[in-house]
Design a protein around this ligand. Structure first.
Ligand SMILES: Nc1ncnc2c1ncn2[C@@H]1O[C@H](COP(=O)(O)OP(=O)(O)OP(=O)(O)O)[C@@H](O)[C@H]1O
Length: 269
């Protein structure tokens, strides 16, 4: 999908984050555009999750601004901010489903808490969301510990979709899945984005995911966004981490696997 630079729904400007003396981000700029799947990559500890948390309002930045749907997050009243945050769906790295609740109850919870739906109505919608993510009706009554890793990810995605978000934040959604499960999750994400039109901020280490579903890729290095562009442009940047990541053995394998779909690379044309 080609996205329009003028259509940014989230604008991060001069963001600074630190923990004590340790500076994670310094003057970091990044846009998330309407309808895109933006992959966010970078070495371990470069601040991808902290960036996600700053945007969704879980970490107060030490400097800079985060504008979401045109509004400066820091300047909103708590009530306004809560309303705005309801337009986000978040899937955290470690699943974050309640283990004591079954899937239907897990997905229904935000609808009861944030929208005030009755339990039967919320559970009816929850079953629709579970079906959207490809889970069978029989899964609704199961608890997370009775499911495979791939099913847990789907259920967590169903919960992130509970409130029909305009932006979905995913922190390493395919971590821990086998390659077939990961590829199925990538396809599911693309299908749902195409059908529902949300935007996605996707933190990942998974090169196959970048090739199969991301419209743009942002590389975080040295406390900033080194580049945010199409995969082809980003992979051609002259930077040691980019070279190792995109052009090492795993990067070449992912590029080879994607080539039949994406066509020849720039060097091959
Ligand atoms: N609450 C915290 N207190 C202190 N330091 C923190 C806290 N949260 C994150 N950090 C530090 O900030 C840096 C960035 O963390 P973050 O989790 O965003 O990295 P990441 O790029 O997502 O890493 P990975 O790819 O390994 O998940 C790390 O050095 C981490 O130790």
């Amino acid at each position: 999908m080609v996205t329009d630079a003028s259509n940014a729904i989230i604008e991060v400007r001069a963001l600074t984050n630190r923990f004590g003396d340790f500076v994670v981000h310094e003057e970091l700029d990044l846009d998330i555009r309407r309808g895109e799947i933006l992959g966010v990559v970078g070495g371990s500890g470069t601040g991808k999750s902290v960036l996600l948390r700053s945007i969704v309002g879980l970490k107060r930045p030490d400097g800079g601004t985060v504008r979401v749907f045109g509004e400066d997050l820091q300047r909103l009243t708590p009530a306004h901010r809560t309303r705005l945050e309801r337009r986000f769906g978040v899937l955290f790295q470690r699943g974050a489903l309640f283990t004591s609740l079954n899937l239907q109850e897990n997905v229904a919870l935000p609808l009861i808490e944030h929208v005030g739906l009755s339990r039967p109505d919320a559970e009816r919608i929850a079953r629709v969301k579970l079906a959207l993510t490809g889970l069978p009706p029989s899964s609704a009554g199961l608890r997370p510990d009775a499911l495979s890793g791939g099913m847990v990810k789907r259920a967590a995605l169903a919960r992130a979709l509970a409130l029909d978000p305009e932006v979905l934040f995913l922190d390493e959604p395919t971590a821990g899945l086998d390659p077939i499960g990961a590829a199925a999750f990538d396809r599911l994400l693309t299908t749902l984005r195409d059908a529902l039109g949300f935007s996605v901020f996707l933190v990942t280490h998974d090169l196959d995911t970048l090739y199969s579903c991301c419209d743009r890729v942002a590389v975080i290095a040295d406390r900033r966004v080194l580049a945010a562009d199409t995969l082809e442009v980003v992979a051609s940047i002259d930077d040691p981490w980019v070279r190792d990541y995109f052009h090492g053995p795993r990067g070449r394998a992912a590029a080879d696997a994607a080539r039949p779909r994406m066509g020849p690379s720039r060097e091959e044309r």
